[in-house]
Ligand binder design. Structure first.
Ligand SMILES: Nc1ncnc2c1ncn2[C@@H]1O[C@H](COP(=O)(O)OP(=O)(O)O)[C@@H](O)[C@H]1O
Ligand SMILES: CC(C)(COP(=O)(O)O)[C@@H](O)C(=O)NCCC(=O)O
Ligand SMILES: [K+]
Length: 258
C-alpha cells in the first residue's frame, strides 16, 4: 500500500492506494499546523484502520504550505514508518513546465495537470475549486502552460463577513433562488452563481482562443456545489491530486526497474 498526502491551504487530504486503486481517503484541517502534535494525533487516529490491514511502503506528498513540510516529514516517519517524498523537493512532477519562473507555480497545480493528462490525454483545462479556484492548462503538446487563480468560495464567504458590518457568515448550500430575498440567500446566490459564472466565463475565453476543443476536468472541495450551475463542468475527478501522486509513485517504481 502507498499513502498520498495533499497539503492545501484548507485541508490536508490523505489517501491510501492498494494496487493503484484508491481504497480510503480522509481530511484534517490545515490550520492545525500551529500545533503539529495535535495534527499528528488526528492523522494517526484516522490512518489506524488502514495501517492495521497493510503497512505503507511509500508516502508521496504535495504541499502548497511550505511551513507544514518539516512537520509532514516527521509525522510520516512516526505514523507511516517511512520517509515521505515531497513534490518539488524530493521529486519533480514529470511534465514540461512552461511557467515563466517554473519553481513559482504551486505543486498542486502541476500534480492536477499531470493526473488529468494521464487520465484524459493532451489538450485540457483542470479547474480546482479549493481555497483558491485555479485553472491549469495542458497543451496539445502535453506541456503545462500555466493558468488563472481566483479566490475560492470560503474566501468569498469570509471576506464578506470580515470586511462588512452587517453580513453574517453563512454556510454555503445550493441556492434556491437567483434573486435572494434575505441576506443569507443573497450571499449564497452571489457566491455560488458568481463562482459558476466566473468559471464559465473564464472557460469560454480559453475555449475561444488558446484552448479550442480542450477537455474540461473539475476537482476540489467545492466542485460538486458549482457543477450543477455550470455549462462546462461535466467531468468531475474527486481526489485528482491524490491520484496524480499515486501515478507518479508508480512511474518512479517502473523507471527504477529499467
Ligand atoms: N471545515 C471547513 N473549513 C473550511 N472550508 C471548508 C470546510 N469544509 C469544506 N470546506 C470547503 O472546502 C473548500 C476547500 O476545498 P479543498 O479542495 O479541501 O481546499 P484545499 O485543497 O485548498 O485545502 C473551501 O472553499 C470550503 O468551501
Ligand atoms: C494557487 C494556490 C494558492 C492554490 O492552493 P489551494 O487552493 O490548493 O490551497 C497554490 O497553488 C499556490 O500557492 N501557488 C503558488 C503560486 C502559483 O501557482 O503561481
Ligand atoms: K486550488
Amino acid at each position: 500500500m502507498i499513502a498520498t498526502v495533499d497539503i492545501g491551504n484548507t485541508n490536508v487530504t490523505v489517501g491510501f492506494f492498494a494496487d493503484s486503486r484508491l481504497v480510503g481517503v480522509f481530511k484534517v484541517l490545515t490550520s492545525g499546523w500551529g500545533e503539529p502534535v495535535k495534527v499528528e494525533a488526528l492523522i494517526k487516529d484516522k490512518a489506524r484502520p488502514f495501517l492495521k490491514k497493510e503497512a505503507c511502503r511509500e508516502v508521496y506528498a504535495c504541499s502548497v504550505v511550505p511551513q507544514a513540510n518539516k512537520h509532514l516529514r516527521s509525522i510520516c516517519r512516526s505514523i507511516f514508518k517511512t520517509d515521505c517524498k515531497i513534490a518539488g523537493e524530493d521529486f519533480c512532477v514529470p511534465l514540461m513546465n512552461k511557467y515563466r519562473i517554473p519553481s513559482q507555480v504551486g505543486q498542486d497545480r502541476l500534480v492536477n495537470a499531470y493526473a488529468a493528462l494521464k487520465l484524459y490525454g493532451k489538450g485540457l483545462v483542470v479547474v480546482d475549486f479549493g481555497t483558491a479556484i485555479t485553472f491549469d492548462v495542458v497543451s496539445r503538446g502535453a506541456e503545462y502552460l500555466g493558468g488563472l487563480i481566483a479566490p475560492g468560495l470560503r474566501l468569498m464567504q469570509e471576506s464578506l463577513n470580515n470586511k462588512t458590518a452587517l453580513l453574517p457568515f453563512v454556510e454555503l448550500a445550493r441556492p434556491i433562488e437567483l434573486i435572494g430575498r434575505d441576506t443569507a440567500s443573497s450571499i449564497r446566490a452571489g457566491i455560488v452563481f458568481g463562482a459558476a459564472s466566473l468559471c464559465d466565463g473564464i472557460i469560454e475565453r480559453l475555449l475561444k482562443k488558446e484552448c479550442r476543443g480542450y477537455k474540461i476536468i473539475v476537482t476540489g472541495g467545492d466542485a460538486l456545489l458549482i457543477k450543477p450551475h455550470s455549462r462546462y463542468l461535466k467531468v468531475v475527478e474527486e481526489d485528482l491530486i491524490l491520484k496524480g501522486l499515486a501515478m507518479i509513485a508508480a512511474s518512479q517504481k517502473i523507471s527504477k526497474k529499467l
